[in-house]
Design a protein around this ligand. Structure first.
Ligand code: SDX
Length: 431
């Protein structure tokens, strides 16, 4: 294969290195482009631009492949658990039993938050969106750990990673309990990660509460499926904010805000709203598929489409397969699941969707399971953030460990006014 790519412009040309990854993906290394030609590339949305080399996650959008550190999500869902996947993503290898026990113990021992943090929740209105609380409280952690937030100190990085994986579930459950006027629950370190989160979310002081192990397992699987996805919007955010050497809590708080958007992690909440709307409107899915095809109509099929997956999102397939199992286990008969399946069936047989390669993504079925478990819709993107935490941390760590890491600072092509003189007020006219 060629080792260089030739770019010709005007009557000149430049040879730039071609690099090839371990899965034979290829890129033109344009680091020397502007210095040699005064020309930059332009790629709004970065659909054709690699921001970095990474060893963490591989996606093949055409074949529907998703692997964390070389292990397929199907394999990990079958054999692993979320805390082990956290270790794998952050450290690069599957842990031994002893290492996993130590890692898991460390996380359990960091689940509590400073008592002063509980006061934050009283200051927010009860209808505050839990993503607003999550990003605010995560960023505030930098205030409570001033002595250990140096992003270049390995010990500070290690303990901050434990704190973020551990405390995000506590912080998330506090926002839910506050919103429904129930007392906050402390973590229970005798429980596994997902069971502890369910316990903090749904325990009430006047009754015994036993976590259903099947539900905890289902939630753990959903966290695994959300754990990383290479350079998606929120992960690119954590890398960009981290590249300024802001502390890790600030970088993760920024990623939470990026995830909140309905084009990204916020879609899981919008899918349920869309399905409820279609259900209320008589369940006529064909009508809404036609709306989605009409370019004059702003309606989008939420949970459909993806920048990378152009055949199917393997996560959507796995989650769909769990829907029936979990809803049957819970004895839940959700009409929205039937509508979702009909929507998928109609869309996948429609030329518009086939031509634009629009398939259900990770957000299309996940909300059906969250709803069946009892999570309110506005907590869905918070659940996505809990799952994505190890991915954000692994990428932040990879970026910070790169000796060539520089502050992220894209260029632009200016298309505004050329130079002009200041106009005194008395000479200005309404334009
Ligand atoms: C996530 O990047 C990641 O990896 C993200 C994620 C992760 O794990 O981190 O996988 C998680 O964010 C999943 C995506 C969740 N978002 C949604 O479900 C929202 C609905 N989807 C769309 O907004 C859209 O598909 C995106 C944002 C997901 C992808 O957008 P792109 O790649 O920029 O594609 P596009 O918007 O340019 O769409 C291409 C064409 C357009 O038509 P034309 O302008 O070419 O005529 O497809 C159409 C779009 O109009 N289209 C849709 C559609 N999505 C795209 N038409 C109807 N319904 C849709 N959902």
């Amino acid at each position: 294969m060629d080792k260089t790519a030739k770019i010709s412009y005007d009557d000149k040309s430049i040879d730039l290195p071609l690099i090839t990854g371990t899965e034979n993906e290829r890129a033109i290394d344009i680091a020397a482009l502007r210095g040699s030609t005064k020309i930059v590339t332009l790629d709004p949305g970065y659909g054709n631009t690699g921001s970095c080399k990474s060893e963490i996650t591989y996606i093949d959008g055409e074949k529907g492949i998703l692997r964390y550190r070389g292990y397929s999500v199907e394999d990990l869902c079958e054999n692993s658990n979320f805390i082990e996947v956290c270790y794998l993503l952050i450290h690069g290898e599957l842990p031994t039993a002893e290492t996993l026990e130590q890692f898991s113990h460390k996380i359990s021992n960091h689940t509590m938050v400073h008592e002063d943090i509980r006061k934050f929740y009283d200051a927010f209105p009860s209808h505050a969106h839990p993503m607003a609380l999550l990003s605010s409280v995560v960023c505030s952690l930098s205030v409570f750990y001033q002595d250990s937030i140096n992003p270049t100190d390995p010990n500070d990085v290690e303990i901050s990673i434990f704190r973020l994986i551990a405390k995000i579930t506590t912080i998330a459950s506090y926002s839910y309990k506050t919103s429904i006027g129930q007392p906050l629950n402390y973590p229970d370190n005798s429980l596994d990660y997902s069971s502890n989160f369910l316990n903090m979310m749904f325990r009430i002081p006047c009754e015994d509460y036993e976590v259903d192990p099947d539900i905890a397992k289902a939630l753990d699987l959903l966290f695994i499926l959300h754990a990383d996805h290479e350079q998606n919007c929120s992960t690119s955010t954590v890398r960009l904010v981290g590249s300024s050497q802001a502390n890790i809590f600030a970088a993760v708080s920024a990623a939470i805000c990026a995830l909140w958007g309905p084009r990204h992690g916020g879609a899981n909440q919008e899918v349920i709203k869309m399905l409820e709307w279609i259900n209320k409107d008589g369940g006529n899915v064909k009508k809404y598929v036609e709306f989605a095809k009409d370019r004059e109509n702003p309606f989008r099929l939420m949970g459909f489409g993806h920048r990378v997956y152009k055949n199917f999102d393997p996560r959507a397939r796995i989650i769909k397969s769990y829907c029936d199992k979990i809803l049957n286990k819970l004895g839940v008969n959700d009409p929205l699941l039937d509508i979702a399946k009909q929507l998928e069936e109609v869309a996948l047989n429609d030329d518009y969707f086939k031509e634009k390669k629009l398939y259900p993504n990770v957000d299309f079925y996940s909300g059906i399971i969250y709803r069946a478990i009892g999570f309110p819709v506005d907590m869905f993107t918070v659940l996505f953030a809990i799952g994505r935490m190890p991915g954000w941390l692994a990428h932040w760590k990879e970026m910070m460990s790169d000796p060539k890491s520089k502050i992220g600072r894209p260029r632009q092509i200016y298309t505004g006014s050329t130079e002009r003189k200041y106009i005194p007020m008395h000479k200005r006219t309404e334009s």
